[in-house]
Design a protein. Structure first.
Length: 159
């Protein structure tokens, strides 16, 4: 594959308008005269470009986009921590997911919260609860586990 510099026109721009017409959306960007790539001057009106935009903060650093998955992952990480601190969840998950005793006999000081966290990680197929922030299959496994726990609590099926 050729070096990306062969293809990329790199410049900074400021969004000045955005509107909708019957043909689609029109985005207007203003470029400083010193930032205009010469290729833009020579390309015809109607020339197609693939664009990638990165928002910059006041220190010219990229701004991290908030995606639905990122918000869902952040929520899962926080909820998992809360659940592992809950005595009811600790007791519930102990009944659901067994830990091989060899792994935990070496760490006799492990708290109920630690053991609940280990069981939760096993159920979700992860090494760390932080993986819930970006691992979609782990988030789905966590959501399923959480729903089972909440259903059992609501229905009184578990005490």
């Amino acid at each position: 594959m050729k070096d990306s510099e062969t293809y990329v026109l790199d410049f900074e721009a400021v969004k000045t308008s955005f509107r909708q017409t019957k043909d689609g959306y029109h985005l207007t960007l203003v470029l400083h005269p010193n930032d205009v790539p010469p290729e833009l001057f020579s390309s015809w009106v109607g020339t197609r470009y693939q664009c990638a935009l990165v928002q910059l903060d006041d220190e010219n650093q990229p701004v991290l986009r908030e995606t639905p998955q990122a918000g869902r992952g952040r929520l899962a990480v926080g909820t998992a921590g809360q659940m592992c601190r809950s005595l009811k969840f600790q007791q519930w998950i102990e009944q659901r997911i067994a830990l091989d005793s060899i792994a935990w006999t070496t760490d006799a000081g492990a708290s109920d919260e630690d053991m609940a966290a280990e069981r939760l990680r096993r159920a979700c197929g992860i090494e760390s609860r932080r993986e819930l922030s970006h691992n979609l299959s782990a988030i789905e496994a966590f959501d399923k586990l959480k729903d089972e726990f909440l259903n059992d609590m609501r229905e009184g099926a578990w005490k």
